[in-house]
Design a protein around this ligand. Sequence first.
Ligand SMILES: CC(C)(COP(=O)(O)OP(=O)(O)OC[C@H]1O[C@@H](n2cnc3c(N)ncnc32)[C@H](O)[C@@H]1OP(=O)(O)O)[C@@H](O)C(=O)NCCC(=O)NCCS
Length: 309
Amino acid sequence: MNLLKAVYRLLKSKFEAWDLDRTLPPNVQMGTDVQIERDVTIYGDYPVSIGNNCVLKSGVHLNAIDGPVSIGEGCVIGHHTQVRSSGFGITIGAGTVIGADADLFASTGGLTIGPQCTFGAHVILRGEGQGIEISSNCRVGMYSTLDSMNGRIFIGETTVFYNNCMVIGSGRGVHIESNCEFHQGVYIDAQGGEISIGKFSGVSPYSILYGHGGLKIGNYVAIAGQSMLVPGNHRFDRLDIPIRKQVGTAIGITLGDDIWIGAQCAILDGVTIGDGCVIGAGSVVTDSIPEYSVAVGVPCRVKRSRKES
Ligand SMILES: CC(C)(COP(=O)(O)OP(=O)(O)OC[C@H]1O[C@@H](n2cnc3c(N)ncnc32)[C@H](O)[C@@H]1OP(=O)(O)O)[C@@H](O)C(=O)NCCC(=O)NCCS
């Protein structure tokens, strides 16, 4: 209670019209030097703990119904941000910057954000299912959405998503290692399978990565723009049922390390591409490609081995 009184005195001195009884319920703790502008709504059925030196601008909603929200020191949370938690709570590390109109929702899975991450305006993070874990020094660009749905999303350190990216962790989830880079509009959707991406890999604008039967991408893989990796097929052997209603097949796609996929490629289900391959722009890869091949075309065929040159 002493802490609450101290917080009350601090807030009152900053904002004459602050109504403590209405806006600061029990179980909310705030560190010193917190700066809160008008129109903040904070519910705290379970503790809401906010570290020192936070700046929560106008229109922020913090709403921890069944689990705690804890935000580390030095955070800056933009106006119209919503931070809600029903279950395991939200933990945000020190020095994290979250842009205006972001929407963070933890539900049962939880949302853990490491220190020194940066989130652009209008970012949506939804940590349902098994939740979202974002390691330190990551960046998520404006209008991007990370939604674990009934799965899990893990993002390794220093990984960057540019604007308008989408990551959906439905099913067995999405696991992305450190130092990866996803450019504008990249769409990653586990679709009930599992997507794993190794360290230092990069995906260029508007590429689509699906995970139906499993998608495994190694380290240092570069995927150029508007490519599509789709580890699943519709069945179409029956004529009395629409194709989209027939049960599909899903084997999985595996890409080794140090691979370059050219622009506008399609990589189809069941394909394995070995380490060190180059796949020419516009290729449709229907069969597996041995390591260190340069392969091109529709369908994609090996032109030469990189080991020969
Ligand atoms: C495959 C690629 C890397 C060139 O590799 P290369 O070993 O130097 O190949 P070459 O240019 O010597 O071409 C070898 C053969 O493949 C053909 N070829 C090359 N690229 C091709 C492609 N994308 N599709 C179809 N055929 C292609 C060439 O016409 C040539 O055919 P030929 O043997 O009948 O004369 C290049 O053509 C390519 O597709 N680069 C991708 C560029 C890209 O998408 N960049 C995105 C930004 S990262």
